[in-house]
Design a protein around this ligand. Structure first.
Ligand code: FE
Length: 180
């Protein structure tokens, strides 16, 4: 009788462990610091245009960053690590280190992705994007051509535009850190 009781308890325990495993959240935001350490092209000062194949980027970038930056995937809204950041600092391209935005051009948007009303001068390029049955303007990094997000005409003054960016494509350096 006791042995059946033990087997029953073991079954319950194993079921509980399986359920717990299923609830472990999938980590979607690995990163940027690790990536830049193993990335020979990452530089916050070198402005030289990059021409690196996707095969090579795939070996350098984390899977999340590769999917967004090189395959134009979109991170889920309200999940990005910079969505609600309002700290003072600079935003760089997570792939190549190109300076993209200053925190003073970031604004609180309800769209679920970090939003800016202005990019740094000559930092980004624009491409027509007709995918997913929509007409949009894609924003790519001016140095490495990586996908950053899209730009829309519903932003605040003074520009009236909204750069809707993927957090995973950005690398934020707070002023407190850069002044050390
Ligand atoms: Fe870049």
């Amino acid at each position: 009788m006791k042995i059946w009781h033990l087997i029953f308890n073991l079954c319950i325990l194993s079921l509980f462990l399986q359920c717990s495993e299923m609830k472990v959240p999938v980590k979607t935001n690995s990163m940027n610091t690790e990536t830049s350490k193993n990335n020979p092209y990452y530089s916050r000062t070198d402005k030289t245009k990059l021409n690196v194949s996707n095969d090579e980027w795939k070996n350098i970038l984390s899977p999340d960053l590769y999917a967004v930056a090189r395959e134009a995937a979109t991170e889920r809204p309200f999940t990005g690590k910079y969505n609600e950041t309002d700290e003072l600092g600079e935003y760089y391209c997570a792939v190549c280190g190109n300076h993209l935005f200053r925190s003073s051009s970031k604004f609180a948007s309800t769209c679920g992705w970090p939003s800016f009303f202005q990019s740094e001068k000559d930092a980004v390029k624009y491409k027509r994007d007709s995918t997913h049955g929509m007409e949009r303007i894609e924003v790519v990094c001016g140095r490495c051509d990586s996908h950053l997000g899209h730009v829309f005409n519903d932003g605040p003054e003074p520009t009236g535009v909204r750069y809707c960016m993927n957090s995973v494509s950005l690398d934020f350096v707070p002023d407190s850190e850069s002044q050390r």
